[in-house]
Ligand binder design. Structure first.
Ligand SMILES: C[S@@+](CC[C@H](N)C(=O)[O-])C[C@H]1O[C@@H](n2cnc3c(N)ncnc32)[C@H](O)[C@@H]1O
Length: 302
């Protein structure tokens, strides 16, 4: 399963909730921040939908940022600014790069379809050192450190909490047994252990190791903490009338966004634009099965 690119999800809905086609209220055009640039599908759509806007695009995966950002930069010139960084540090990045108050911010959380399918160290389909760090510059500990050092209980809890893996205890036990004989060094070492430990289920359409890999990735990259740090700073970085649009892929991410948006709406800081979560249409899911678990929520700053 090799993907050349990431198919952006909920594209039409992102443009609608960011209100990109509404006229700019101030001179100089609107400015948007895409904190999860990925392959740049959403960024491109914003630049095309409003020919007067500027987009600042952020990603912490430097390889991805340049692979997809550099050609887009050639095409759109000064209308696109690429920034390498972690959205959890938005407060610091906004100062460092003079990011102005914004008309809209988009966050499309998690890894891209490509990172999951082909990125060495992260993908369970590529035999490589077991790493899982999306940005080695931002994190020290690798997934290999974790599976070789964490105790059995800690591993089981992590697999259950972040992977919602029903066989979490079995998987943790198998890992602890296996590492007594040989260090778990590569993605395939771990896949082989999980393949033996987790029973097959005829109703499962995903690889047996998928949930454990997801759990390790979320933990190593502190993905939920990053979202917690990002949300309040993002709101402050919006103009009055500016919008924050978040796309999540699992209930842990979506729960954080939902609770934060509700709390802020209750204080009168924002208007909830999506009282009900927005899901992809059946047609989108048919065309891009990776979109099936995506959920979008949006608010407007008051
Ligand atoms: C789902 S993809 C985004 C896809 C993108 N919207 C598109 O149209 O191609 C998520 C991207 O966000 C990046 N990312 C994840 N967590 C991040 C973080 N804390 N800071 C910056 N980028 C992050 C990943 O490296 C990945 O490229």
């Amino acid at each position: 399963m090799i993907r050349q690119t990431h198919i952006p999800v909920l594209m039409h809905e992102v443009l609608e909730y960011l209100n990109v086609t509404a006229p700019a209220k101030s001179k100089g055009g609107k400015v948007y921040l895409d904190v999860t640039f990925g392959s740049g599908g959403h960024t491109r759509a914003m630049l095309e939908a409003d020919p007067a806007c500027r987009v600042i695009a952020l990603d912490w995966d430097e390889v991805t940022l340049h692979r997809f950002g550099d050609p887009l930069k050639e095409e759109f010139g000064d209308r696109l600014q690429l920034v390498w960084g972690n959205f959890a540090l938005l407060y610091r990045l906004a100062k460092e790069y003079n990011i102005p108050l914004l008309d809209g911010i988009l966050a499309d959380f998690g890894p891209s379809q490509m990172q999951i399918a082909e990125r060495s160290g992260i993908s369970l389909f590529v035999d490589s050192p077991l790493d899982m760090r999306m940005s080695p510059a931002h994190h020290m500990a690798t997934a290999a450190d974790l599976v070789n050092q964490a105790d059995e209980r800690e591993l089981a809890d992590m697999f259950f909490t972040y992977g919602q893996e029903r066989w979490s205890k079995r998987a943790a036990r198998a890992i602890v047994e296996a590492r007594q004989h040989k260090k778990i060094a590569t993605t395939m070492d771990l896949v082989a252990i999980l393949d033996r430990a987790i029973p097959s289920s005829p109703n499962e359409h995903i690889h047996k190791a998928t949930r454990i890999f997801q759990a390790l990735r979320i933990y190593v990259n502190k993905e939920l903490n990053n979202i917690r740090s990002f949300l309040p700073v993002a709101l402050k970085q919006l103009k009055v009338g500016g919008r924050l649009v978040c796309i999540s892929f699992h209930s842990l991410e979506d729960g954080l966004v939902k609770d934060f948006f509700r709390e802020q709406a209750a204080t009168g800081a924002v208007k909830l634009l999506t009282p009900k979560v927005v899901r992809p249409t059946e047609e989108e899911v048919r065309e891009n099965s990776s979109s099936r678990s995506s959920r979008l929520r949006a608010v407007e700053r008051l």
